[in-house]
Design a protein around this ligand. Structure first.
Ligand SMILES: Cc1cc2nc3c(=O)[nH]c(=O)nc-3n(C[C@H](O)[C@H](O)[C@H](O)COP(=O)(O)O)c2cc1C
Ligand SMILES: [Mn+2]
Length: 450
């Protein structure tokens, strides 16, 4: 079979000089702190107590590595995502799959046979932080999302299903009938598959076809051993089981969140595992929080921003969801502006999900250079005319400033949003922004005088 999966990505990182190998024995509890210090992605080849297993981490914890995954330059990731997602490719089903080389059912199901890492100081337990979770609904078909899992017992994990999502909707439907929701969890898939899974696609959009579009070839899927679901054939590890119909009753967390904050205990369902399958020489993927999550979030936020701008018929030139705001809470864009479009662009970008801070500049500004951005904000902004404040918009609980602890149980927080139009104001002549240029700069070369 063609292998554009997890392993081929590890090879790509290696070829780009972006993969470090650690051969000394490492304890599961040391993996995250070690991975955090490495300036490359890291493969731990010797895990104490887990012969045969390796652990890979920090695969996309920088934009550079994400660009390796996308096969483009760093600043083109969002545009590549936008272009490729417009050409989805449906998955195909295969018979034999590497992810099912080893099969454990019934009494053999034992999560402690997998090197699950205890990642952060306050975590409620070891976590499986990066998953590709497949479920199915009779009306809406297969669905994929990224969901984290907390170890509970050898056959059970917690799952974070507090936020509105398609899988939460599927679960609620099953719960209403008093039935469990069968799900299959793949660990160790290509980062492009993770991007497709985490993309907030409309409920009837196939994340599998989106993943195919991003890869440029169909995802190969194989039928689960115990469920009527299909999983990526080239994954490293599969957990087959069901979400128990117990509602939001089991404690889950704390966990080091993508907001860079150690989260709270949440009330969530339980995932009971019936079957574990994996490759013969498996690699466990420990998605390093928060950076891998944040760099996966950024292109998704940026692509949504591009879409919002195009719907508002504003022409985007560049866009960035800074990692400092977790690739999620801020958007900065440059546009080819016609009169008034600075404000249209601000309004469009403020409409994206929980984005709460937006800056829009003209296309002469390099938005990846903070000094350029400061310069535009200093000289193109009049606060009373160019700042837009939107009150009472949708927010996320994990932003402490929205004070969600003041809400009743199940209450949803709101937030104010700020947009800054840092485009040259209408009526101000462009010539007033002419940059300093040294006399004779094009003709005189220092090297001729040395
Ligand atoms: C690494 C990673 C971990 C995530 N973990 C969770 C999670 O535990 N719970 C959750 O609700 N969303 C989580 N998300 C966000 C969802 O994957 C995202 O909202 C996705 O669109 C949900 O898919 P669905 O609505 O098709 O089910 C995570 C995203 C990433 C990138
Ligand atoms: Mn979905």
């Amino acid at each position: 079979m063609a292998d554009k999966g997890f392993r081929s990505f590890l090879d790509d990182l290696d070829a780009a000089g972006e993969l470090k190998r650690i051969t000394k024995p490492v304890d599961c509890r040391q993996l995250s702190a070690l991975g955090e210090q490495a300036d490359q992605a890291t493969m731990f080849e010797n895990i104490e107590g887990y012969p045969g297993w390796r652990v890979a981490t920090a695969l996309v914890s920088t934009r550079k590595r994400l660009a390796v995954a996308m096969g483009c330059t760093e600043n083109r990731v969002a545009f590549e995502f936008e272009a490729k997602s417009a050409r989805p490719i449906d998955p195909v089903t295969v018979e034999n799959a590497p992810c099912q080389e080893v099969v454990m059912k019934g009494d053999d199901v034992d999560l402690t046979s997998i090197p699950l890492p205890l990642m952060h100081l306050f975590d409620g337990g070891p976590y499986i932080s990066g998953t590709f979770a497949v479920s199915e609904d009779p009306e809406h078909g297969p669905n994929v999302g990224c969901y984290r899992l907390m170890y509970r017992t050898p056959k059970e994990t917690g799952i974070d299903l507090v936020s509105p999502s398609d899988m939460r909707f599927y679960y609620q439907r099953a719960l209403d009938k008093g039935e469990p929701l069968p799900i299959a969890i793949a660990v160790g898939v290509h980062p492009l598959d993770m991007l497709a899974a985490s993309y907030k696609a409309p409920i009837d959009t196939s994340e599998l076809a989106l993943a195919g579009g991003l890869r440029g070839e169909a995802l190969e899927m194989v039928k689960c051993k115990t469920l009527d679901l299909e999983v990526p054939a080239d994954a490293e590890l599969i957990l087959e089981g069901e979400l128990l119909p117990i509602g939001w009753t089991a404690d889950e967390g704390p966990f080091g969140e993508f907001s860079q904050i150690s989260g709270d205990v949440k009330w969530n369902p339980i995932f009971r595992i019936k079957c574990i399958t994996h490759r013969k020489n498996p690699i466990f993927y420990m998605l390093q929080m928060p950076w891998e999550n944040d760099w996966l979030a950024a292109p998704v936020t940026e692509a949504a921003g591009l879409q919002a701008l195009r719907i508002a018929s504003v022409q985007p030139v560049d866009i960035r969801a800074p990692v400092g705001s977790c690739g999620y809470w801020s958007l900065i864009a440059s546009i080819k502006k016609r009169p008034g479009e600075g404000k249209n662009a601000v309004a469009a970008l403020l409409s994206v999900a929980e984005v709460k801070f937006v800056v829009v500049t003209d296309d002469d500004i390099d938005i990846h250079d903070p000094d350029e951005l400061d310069w535009a904000i200093a000289f193109r902004v009049q606060a009373d005319e160019d700042a837009v404040i939107l009150k009472g918009a949708r927010a996320k609980h994990i932003d402490p400033s929205v004070k969600s602890w003041l809400l009743g149980k199940g209450g949803l927080p709101t937030t104010a949003k700020l947009g800054i139009d840092a485009t040259i104001p209408e009526g101000v002549p462009k010539i007033l922004y002419r940059r300093i240029k040294n006399y004779g700069r094009d003709r005189i070369k220092l090297e001729d005088f040395e």
